[in-house]
Design a binder for this molecule. Sequence first.
Ligand SMILES: NC(=O)c1ccc[n+]([C@@H]2O[C@H](COP(=O)([O-])OP(=O)(O)OC[C@H]3O[C@@H](n4cnc5c(N)ncnc54)[C@H](OP(=O)(O)O)[C@@H]3O)[C@@H](O)[C@H]2O)c1
Length: 505
Amino acid sequence: MNPLRDTRDARLPRVAGPCAVVLFGVTGDLARKKIMPAIYDLANRGLLPPGFGLVGFARREWADEDFAQEVHDSVREHARTPFREEVWRQLSQGIRFVAGDLADPQAFDRLRETVHSLDAERGTLGNHAFYLSIPPGLFPTVVSQIQQAGLAKKPPGAWRRVVIEKPFGHNLASAEELDRVLADVFAPDEIFRIDHYLGKETVQNILAVRFANEMFEPLWNSRYVDNIQITQAEDIGIGGRAGYYDGIGAARDVIQNHLLQLLALTAMDEPLSFDPRQVRQEKEKVLAAVTVPRDIDLHTARGQYATGWQGGVPVFGYLEEPGIPADSTTETFAAIRVDIDNRRWAGVPFYLRTGKRLGRRVTEVAVVFKRAPHLPFASTSVQELSDNALVFRIQPDEGITLRFGSKVPGVSAMEVRDVTMDFQYGDSFVDTSPEAYERLILDVLLGDPPLFPQAREVDLSWRILDPVLDRWSESGRPATYASGGWGPASAYEMIARDGRTWRRP
Ligand SMILES: NC(=O)c1ccc[n+]([C@@H]2O[C@H](COP(=O)([O-])OP(=O)(O)OC[C@H]3O[C@@H](n4cnc5c(N)ncnc54)[C@H](OP(=O)(O)O)[C@@H]3O)[C@@H](O)[C@H]2O)c1
């Protein structure tokens, strides 16, 4: 038997051991909408131990009860599972609050006292996860405060973990600097970088479909695949997030992390096992083989959404959004072609695109196959036949679609047209899928890192994107595109140059 294979019964739920989560940024959007509700959902599913504590940190003059009320309200509004009084009572007994600024060392002294007394009162055994749901510019401050206050020192047998949210740097140099800051205080296996896409069931299913079945993998190469299109589209604008978004833009916000992770899972070779080191090794290998075409202008596209209408409602253009400078060059749409220089994928372009205010909200990975080498039908009979495609529908309509040609019934001529076969999660599985954050937070508490990108993967992704971003920074204002459409004209032109078209999701 392979010693790397996990021998635990995967069907048994794994419950976190005693621990405390220290959550920085509890007044933020992410904490209120995702993190605190996910913690409750885990408790509701019986996956948190009785000895669990949650310590909030924020610049508010709140008592423990005020913070508990905030958690309660966010759970009531955003939790996936039903509210149960007895679960809430148990969870709320472990809720504490520390008021302070992240730059204030005395606040971290108070934090240390609070977690130590929580350890004693709730039996959390000195195991602490620090969740940094704060602006990335503050990561170095907080990591150094944690160290200065002695919070990174662990008693024998206890663990320390730090969780950070994207963006992991702004480019390769700043990502490496962040790696250094974190590595000064935490060991690599204590650092958890959240890419919430990896917590999605539909994303993990890419590996299951590829490696648990015999019928796909033989086709998964340049002999049969013509191109792969990975799309993440939103039908909304930036909302109230001007401060976060401007200067970052679509490529840094989505391609650097989510889309390149989807590419890695779609293109990687089979790992020896699902041991985190093995999966990571294969992802790193394929990311290291990714190249961007030399003429970046011809093979990438970017744009900003224009003032217009969407769904019958007038909408602002990006430059008119509150808080966005009128001369901003930040892109709200980005598309790039990349290639993978290895035997499996030589000659198969991967097209990645993401944008705001596009035709619909959808994330999908489409594997588009080559045309049959010979069609023994009259050319008029196959006019409506497009390429075969296997589409992983990541969200919101989770499932898989297979598109292939089929005879139109009833007509005497052999007329062939596209049909689809659909797998929908809701039809095959009774339980609703857990939120990505439930899975990821539980994995942090279990110390299970397969779904978290490591420093090298992040650095490799920046290595792919940096030349594109550098080129774009020299080429002025992006073109605009109509809200509700599928991006600027340059996006259509870049793929047309290769003799292909974008899929309409
Ligand atoms: N929202 C999302 O969907 C999303 C998705 C992916 C990644 N992220 C990442 O997740 C993190 C949090 O995002 P967010 O949207 O929740 O951000 P946010 O709404 O801007 O919240 C940031 C939090 O940091 C706190 N904070 C800022 N400066 C502070 C200081 N000096 N002292 C104490 N607290 C301070 C804020 O507290 P105050 O209320 O006192 O200002 C607030 O609670 C960021 O790294 C972001 O890039 C967010």
